[in-house]
Design a protein around this ligand. Sequence first.
Ligand code: PMP
Length: 396
Amino acid sequence: MARFDTFFQTALTELERNGTRRVMRNVERRDAVTIVRDGRVLLDFSSNDYLGLAHHPLVIERACAWARQWGGGSGASRLVSGTTPAHQQVEARLAAFKKTQAALLFASGWQANASVLSALCRLAMTRTGEAPLVFTDRLNHASLHHGCQAAGIRQIRFRHNDLEHLSALLESRRNQPGMRFIVTESVFSMDGDRVDVAGLRTLAERHGAFLYLDEAHATGVLGPQGQGLSGLTDGIDLVMGTFSKALGSFGAYVAGSRAMCDWLVNCCSGFVYTTALPPANLGAIDAALELVPGMEAQRQHLHDNARQVRQAIRQMGLSTGTSSTQIIPVEIGDIGRTMAFAAILEREGILGVPIRPPSVPPNASRIRLALSAAHDRTMIDRLIAALATATAEVVA
Ligand code: PMP
């Protein structure tokens, strides 16, 4: 026995008692639409590879080519000796894609949100001598919460995607000192609904607030040329997104003004104190950024599939909540039923992940379906048939 086994085991036993203990299951093989687990082939409706780019030949080829040219790792952090022309090329491509003055690469979306937000809050505190007022959507991703926590900020949370509530909260603090931040997502990871970016921008302007938008699930999928919802308007002060979802690889970006990016290079610990992204990763990102603007037909196919699946689920008498994107929750509520529903889908050859607290609020357990442009008609029909079987056995 290791010295602290009891310490950890007690916590694990508690999780088991609550029915919330998680385990990682091995995926033996995968392609854009299937995985092999325990020797069984499953149609994959769990991945965030929304455009099927993780297995695109150009993405794989450029990852290999850049590794051959630059090596397996970058060797140092960006400010030491880790910045190469490959990093600069990708950042220039990104800024052009997002139509911003500048863009910066980060090691992951989690790391970007957790470190950028805390650095921003600290700057606001130093500049104004007052704690900033940070308005956040109740369903924001854990990394955004972490960023606020790391800065010791007490968030002012507005009801999910409710801009009237946000407006009232901003109004009620009109005379309070401190810089204002509005922090939200353009597409929510568990609900698949979209934010009204133009409405947000109007509110941010009216209250002089800094607008921080997480485009993790919109980048590549929505907006002109897959640019994300920030592409529908200007005036978003900071846009972040990841390469780990529709762009098919790994890493993240922040896009915005030159001055903001230059400041982050100096003051954001999650940028300064970590090793620069490795060349193979940069090659994959570069190829994805080249491909994404021209993938309009794939985006259309993805949205058509999503519309069909949402409609079928509603016809089964189940709710898909406020989803209007490729992320479709099948809302079940109870943890036990949700787990049983997922098990039936798996028996029918479909992988759709059950999501339960703490990832979602209590009694909001659901199956989170994530569609890909690589799914064809037959695959969508198989999904709908399996959903109908699981509904009949567990819910009806
Ligand atoms: N923001 C949102 C909204 C996300 O859903 C995620 C990933 N789950 C992240 C940030 C983190 O991104 P990454 O996986 O690149 O760390």
